[in-house]
Design a protein around this ligand. Structure first.
Ligand code: SF4
Length: 363
């Protein structure tokens, strides 16, 4: 964790404004993301943290355009990416951004990688799709890429047919992608299948595939949850290094505040579909304001803390099919006041660049 009291929020790659996302379920209407505002600046790592069901993954999917519509629906708000409101785009236009400008990696790489294709072939697919899109948008020709992409591939297959012998230009780019994610023997790894690799290696492959698209924004949804602690630390360190090397921004989605503390520039804490606190990682850890954030911090086993004294937050997240009238954290909050049960607090700037949604700091 680095001291960063003056987090610069001026140059934003993505600006989320008043965003609400609803789901229609068998049991009724559910607002999974409620009036959310935040920015992802250029070359910064923003972590969205919260318990399962707080809306953080729904938020990530909405940015990359992978929400299941229906039952999900963006009811209002905007997602401004490079002066373009992504919410207003149709599916065809969204595809021009997805995977290329905005890429995503998921929690369990084993289910994201195809076990019947070699690692090298899968990275080649990602590169070829990027080139195909580039050709479509620029109308330029690329002999090498056109040669290896076989347009006679049956429509039912998701994988473009790659010639048995991968041309050197493409092979070099695959090897460069693997070297980028610090894989020591890329020539050998590109010939392996995903099930032959460790969890950490598979996640590196997923990062390599995502970065081969040269995205401006990488959304990482619980990218280290399936990994052991040592590999988790390595992958997080790698992501942070690559952010600067390849000039991308990262939106890290995690249930684990400890993970965010290792790499984030700014932390957005979500609870029951709302942002309850937003601050630089230094401010959030040195002076947490919201009782929920304080509760999350008290659950982190630190070296100096006796792990038998960890204090879990009592109770559970409220049912979003029928959310409380007032503060959504009231039933779990030891500071709850009368006003908290009757009215919803608003996100206010309690300190410079430090926002909180709690009546303890004003209305
Ligand atoms: Fe607790 Fe009230 Fe603040 Fe909600 S608004 S977190 S109930 S003190």
């Amino acid at each position: 964790m680095q001291e960063n009291n003056t987090l610069e929020l001026g140059k934003n790659l993505v600006s989320i404004r008043d965003l609400s996302i609803d789901y229609t379920t068998d049991r009724g209407f559910l607002r999974a993301v409620d009036d959310v505002n935040f920015d992802v600046p250029q070359n910064k790592l923003i972590a969205i943290v919260g318990e399962s069901g707080c809306g953080k993954s729904t938020l990530g999917l909405s940015i990359i355009g992978l929400l299941p519509i229906p039952p999900a629906k963006i009811s209002h708000g905007s997602i401004i990416y490079r002066n373009q409101d992504l919410v207003l785009l149709g599916e065809k236009q969204r595809r021009l951004y997805r995977g290329t400008e905005i890429a995503m990696i998921f929690q369990e790489p084993l289910t994201s990688l195809n076990p019947v294709y070699k690692v090298g072939d899968q990275i080649a697919e990602a590169i070829l799709i990027r080139e195909r899109r580039r050709l479509r948008s620029s109308h330029l020709d690329s002999e090498v890429m056109q040669e290896v992409y076989d347009s006679r591939q049956p429509r039912t297959s998701r994988i473009p047919r790659i010639k048995r012998h991968i041309p050197k230009e493409l092979s070099d780019e695959i090897i460069a992608s693997l070297k980028l994610v610090r894989i020591a023997d890329p020539e050998q790894v590109m010939e392996r299948y995903s099930f032959e690799l460790s969890g950490g290696m598979r996640q590196r492959i997923m990062i390599a595939m995502a970065l081969s698209q040269k995205p401006s924004l990488l959304i990482a949804d619980e990218p280290t949850t399936a990994l052991d602690v040592t590999t988790q630390a390595q992958v997080l360190k790698l992501m942070k290094e690559l952010m600067n090397e390849v000039n991308t921004s990262i939106l890290l989605i995690s249930h684990d505040l400890a993970v965010a503390s290792q790499v984030a520039d700014e932390v957005v804490v979500m609870y029951a579909g709302e942002i309850v606190e937003r601050a630089s990682v230094y401010d959030l850890f040195s002076d947490p304001l919201h009782p929920y954030t304080k509760g999350l911090l008290s659950c982190i086993p630190l070296g100096s803390k006796d792990e038998t004294n960890l204090e879990p937050i009592a109770g559970s997240v409220p049912e979003l099919l029928n959310p409380p009238k007032g503060c959504r954290f009231a039933a779990r909050c030891k500071f709850a006041m009368e006003v908290c049960w009757q009215h919803r607090p608003r996100l206010i700037e309690a300190k410079a660049n430090h926002k909180v949604e709690c009546f303890l700091y004003g209305t």
